[in-house]
Design a protein around this ligand. Sequence first.
Ligand code: NDP
Length: 327
Amino acid sequence: MFKGILIEGSRSDQQVSLKAIDEAQLPEGDVTVDVAYTTLNYKDALAITGRAPIAKSYPMVPGIDLAGVVTESSNSEFKAGDEVVLNGWGVGEKHWGGLAQKARLSGDWLIPLQAPFTARQAMAIGTAGYTAMLCVMALETHGVTPDSGDILVTGATGGVGSVAVAVLAKLGYSVIAVTGRPEEEGYLKSLGAKHILDRGELTEPGKPLARETWAGAIDVAGGQVLANVCAGMKYRGVVAACGLAAGMDFPSTVAPFILRGVTLCGVDSVMAPKEDRVHAWKRLAQDLSPELLDSMITEVPFDEAIDAAGRLMDGKIRGRVVISVAD
Ligand code: NDP
């Protein structure tokens, strides 16, 4: 038996609890992992609270991320004792996930734990941090450099936002952090933000084109916020969009794209190819300061993870959640 969070019932009436689960119930896969650490991402919180249809079948173990040690493998790339990390691939949605002491997975979804990170640090980064790095890489691919001008990061005190601010600042970019939590100015400046912008400046419908202000942006919000971000980009500015914290809609016009040559790049972490993942993790090892990563962590005991999901949805958790499941 092992401990895990189980979402049971149905889409319209789900129950979530921390339970003892029989190993015989583990799904199919060619690699079995003893999970050491996991985390709570926005998507995990949506799944646990039932605020969006993340679990695609029931019962489901949530958790889109895990870090642990291989105990059994018939996959040629992994053997017992290997330290591995998993991000996404529909795990925690369609396949039992990381909020459990054991997981059985396809080896094709796993990557080796990136040195010098520990399993705990890898989960402090998690999908949120790895997505932040994919966003930074998208800006670079489209020619944004520290000389281009200010870079806007929305949802800055959240998981993606915190890592994005820290990485961009370390790379020498001038970062403007957008937040709905002005009391976190000290935290955001400690991560390297140059200025703080109140989220309220971006939430009301604006003009199709606003003053040219930002050379690049990483947006976790979507909705009206993303529309206003696009309207305020400089000529040939680049926006990496990865989230929907403000909404799924996009009430924009084509004006920023056809009159200012703005590029809007979509960033997806779930199905990103393995080489992009490995590259993003290598870049995180190079460009994310371990001390700043430590300052982002909220440690949550495994038996409080369900409550913490509600707090994360309510915007009451700053940075990244780390959960040790091994005890
Ligand atoms: P967090 O909950 O850690 O952070 C989200 C942050 O967004 C909050 O902390 C808050 O920051 C801000 N926010 C909350 N509500 C609103 C709102 N109504 N308008 C504008 N900003 C808001 O989540 P993550 O950082 O883990 O994820 C952020 C988003 O990115 C989510 O939508 C998630 O689904 C998405 N995501 C997408 C991925 C992909 O592959 N495309 C991968 C990972 C995440 P503050 O208080 O500072 O304003």
